[in-house]
Design a protein around this ligand. Sequence first.
Ligand code: FAD
Length: 390
Amino acid sequence: TDLFDAPDFYCLDDLLTAEHKLVRSAVRDFVKREMTPIVEEYAQRCEFPRQLVPKFGQIGVFGATIPVEYGGGGLDQISYGLMTQEIERGDSGMRSCVSVQSSLVMYPIWAFGSEDQKRRYLPDLAKGKLLGCFGLTEPNHGSDPGSLETNFIERSDYYVLNGSKLWITNAPLADIAIIWARNEQGKIRALIVPCDSDGVTVGDIPNKWSLRASSTGQLSFQDVRVPKENLLPEAYGLKSALRCLDQARYGIAWGSLGVAMECYEVARRYALERVQFRKPIASFQLVQKKLAEMLTDITQAQLLCWRLGTLKNEDKATTAQISMAKRNNVEIAQRVAREARQILGGMGIVGDYPIMRHLMNLESVSTYEGTHDIHLLILGSEITGIPAYK
Ligand code: FAD
């Protein structure tokens, strides 16, 4: 079988359109051709392959759901999900870059921006000529971003921004940052901040053991002058930031499914080839149990993704539904990756196989965009009407 064959035990392909399948195979081929050959090396070096950014632009993964008139792909949510699934089969760090650019930079400009802002930024972001980042988290405010302290005050024809952001994907390489900050009335708003503005300091977060092929950084702002036209006019309060996170978390639900598929396929093939006690290890019941449970996990995650995508296409997906899918699918991916690592024995820990890289990446994926426990509490709040996290 082809290295990139995907499990499809419940024939979900029957529910996809010809366009969905075309999009998936285009991105799958891209990952196989451009990412897989280099990503391990970049991850080992703890470096982001910046040269992929314009290539992501060329294949249309940036802003896939943004209307064509703004340079986007005009595709539906299932297509976008399938794209993130395929990219994350390659690496979660690459998918993080795509999620940030599409869901956390292009989406807010499209949803909350002025016509001028949309025309000025979206086409170049779609092409990968500009790279963006999204600054919500701060050193003292992670799970509780509503308490953020970064702020701006109004001067005659500009704003003055002060504060800092931590754990910002793409920050060390980004051209622009969407920064969530408080105005003088204490209200949370969003600004498009050029990263080369005077007073912006960008730092790298070195020595990560997870998402090593992704660039993560910190931003600090000291009396940064931001033109007034860079305020996103329709972004009001934390709820606007959370709408962006809903988009990104949806992509993560599909992406982590992609990791699970990849680990399962690698483990299945390995188990059929690896001989111990004069038999392929796939013939042992304990290995079959692992594979059977992995496939069951994957099938459940596929069903969640597909249904969530159709709800999203109808603009009916709720935050709690997205939380369930993000949380569940990251958890199944972690379980599948761990089992795959066991099946590969010692080979499971080396870079010749992608398993350990995926396993380490998933540690970040289960923390960012709302931690595993916070998503559980969002569900708890949905069920009971009582938000236990506040
Ligand atoms: P904390 O909020 O301090 O949480 C620590 C622990 O306490 C967690 O286990 C959490 O579940 C638990 N906890 C907190 N509050 C509660 C509660 N009420 N009830 C129960 N348990 C609780 N942010 C951005 O804005 N932009 C980015 O691009 C971005 N990229 C990231 C990339 C990476 C690699 C990482 C690791 C993070 C990134 N983040 C980004 C930040 C990410 O969203 C935060 O790390 C996350 O929200 C958790 O915040 P924290 O790390 O401050 O942990």
